[in-house]
Design a protein around this ligand. Structure first.
Ligand code: DX5
Ligand code: ZN
Length: 227
């Protein structure tokens, strides 16, 4: 799978959000990671479907992956489908009926993602493998940008990669939290193909140079595993 670098707009300058999104895309980002927090499922509050709608109206046509850290989930899935989300990812703890939620996303024309917190076991993945297009491994506890990468996520990535490969399905493996130039090659070697980075990209002075450096490091990591 071609690697994707997906800047998390949580770390962008919200007073200039449209320009920031355009800038990272022009700098080589493959997609945009859109973090939605509700001060209930996670202890923070961020942005909702109106912001995505505005970005679409402002001419952002590229892939947007919406990471829902909200509970309950289903009502907002519909709003984000209407707002133009390409991927919508949900946490199994945040919905009573995960299978129904994943199908709701797909029936609405988007791709469905399943998110695992650091403490959430991977078991449920086998039960819904045929309903997901993306598996997201959280390498921090959700709720805030700028946290340190949890090292045990690397073994979880490798285990996820094995499950996905065994399924033979076309499923992206995304990592989110504390991803930086100095750990991204190890993350790629562990099997990730989709890399969310907030602070590391928006906190840098030169988005294009940062993204290009990440791409080089990813290729080095993939070369180790022959991916
Ligand atoms: C955390 C969010 C992440 C976060 C990543 O709850 O899901 O997407 O913005 O930010 P960094 O890359 O700064 O850890
Ligand atoms: Zn996220």
């Amino acid at each position: 799978m071609t690697p994707w670098i997906s800047p998390s707009i949580l770390a962008a300058d919200f007073s200039r959000l449209g320009e920031e999104v355009r800038a990272v895309l022009d700098a080589g980002a493959d997609s945009i990671h859109f973090d939605v927090m509700d001060n209930h499922y996670v202890p923070n509050l961020s942005i909702g479907p109106l912001v995505l709608q505005s970005l679409r109206k402002a001419g952002i046509e590229e892939t947007v992956d919406v990471h829902l850290m909200v509970k309950p989930v289903d009502r907002l899935v519909e709003d984000f489908l209407a707002a133009g989300a390409d991927y919508i990812s949900v946490h199994p703890e945040a919905t009573e009926h995960l299978h129904r939620t994943l199908n709701l996303i797909r029936e609405g024309g988007a791709k469905a993602g399943l998110v695992f917190n650091p403490s959430t076991p991977l078991e449920v993945l086998n039960e819904v493998m045929d309903c997901v297009d993306l598996v997201l491994i959280m390498s921090v506890n959700p709720g805030f940008g700028g946290q340190a990468f949890i090292e045990s996520s690397l073994s979880k990535l490798s285990r996820s990669r094995k499950l996905i490969s065994a399924s033979g399905r076309d499923i992206r493996l995304q990592i989110d939290g504390g991803v930086k130039g100095d750990n991204i090659s190890r993350i790629a070697a562990a099997g990730a193909d989709t890399f969310v980075a907030g602070t590391a990209i928006f906190g840098s002075n030169d988005y294009a140079a940062t993204i290009a450096d990440m791409r080089t490091q990813i290729a080095a990591g993939q070369a180790q595993t022959g991916a």
